[in-house]
Design a protein around this ligand. Structure first.
Ligand code: PGA
Length: 250
């Protein structure tokens, strides 16, 4: 059985008061609830320690939004995979479209980042997705397939065993425009096929999440699709009630 996952990505939002309140409210919500999915939260790096103090590994998986492509040294402003591990991060986003477009995160850099994460035993959540232009010109599957393939071809099946893929169409991120469940399912099935070409056991067991304006109203139908194993949630993950409702949408 593939793991069901809902991961909240705060992006560069929140402050210390918000982080403390979020943790307290989410703890209250989760206590005594049986969750049908793994709950993951990716706060900004300075708030990782608040989260790791507030939750045990069993409640919430702590996720980093980014990681340095270097192991350590003179890289001002960067945070290494070993540092993330120190704070109890068990997963990290790589290749988010905001990083790809605003911070020039190329496929090559994504591979380096993934290597650093694997060295520390941190699970990579690889984000892929096409732009509106690429979708409208009929190239969405090729673009996404190439992003996945570039990374897969550089690692062994064993190294890829903890990889999670998040399909996030760029035109749906933060726009309020969710991909339809049919559009999302079609791309998820394609991603699984691309992974199957590398290794069928891997594709059967790999969780593929959908991201892009997921909210409590759209999550259920998206998560009911056979190849959608959960969501990567931005805006709606900032409200505990909405985030919790999305986590209960299986
Ligand atoms: P959104 O962001 O849910 O606000 O569209 C998703 C993401 O970028 O991970």
């Amino acid at each position: 059985m593939r793991r069901k996952i809902v991961a909240g990505n705060w992006k560069m939002n929140g402050d210390i008061e918000f982080a403390n309140k979020f943790c307290a409210d989410l703890r209250k919500r989760l206590s005594g609830s049986r969750m049908a999915c793994d709950v993951m939260v990716a706060p900004p790096a300075p708030y990782l320690s608040i989260m790791s103090d507030a939750f045990s590994d069993a409640d919430v998986t702590l996720v980093a939004q980014n990681v340095a492509e270097y192991a350590g040294g003179a890289y001002t402003g960067e945070v290494s995979a070993a540092m993330l591990k120190d704070f109890g991060c068990r997963a990290a986003l790589i290749g988010h479209s905001e990083r790809r477009t605003l911070f020039a995160e190329s496929d090559e850099r994504v591979v380096e980042k993934m290597s650093r994460l694997l060295e520390q035993g941190i699970a990579p959540i690889l984000c892929v997705g096409e732009s509106l232009e690429e979708r409208e010109s009929g190239n969405a599957k090729d673009v996404v397939g190439a992003q996945v393939d570039f990374v897969l071809s550089r690692f062994s099946a064993e190294q890829l065993s903890n990889l999670v893929i998040a399909y996030e169409p760029v035109w749906a991120i933060g726009t309020g425009k969710t991909a339809s469940p049919e559009q999302a399912q079609e791309m998820h099935a394609h991603i699984r096929n691309v992974v199957a070409q590398a290794d069928t056991n891997l594709s059967d067991g790999m969780s593929v999440l959908y991201g892009g304006s997921v909210n409590a109203a759209t999550a259920k139908e998206l998560f009911a699709q056979p190849d959608i194993d959960g969501g990567l949630v931005g805006g709606a993950s900032l409200k505990v009630e909405d985030f919790y409702a999305i986590c209960q949408s299986f």
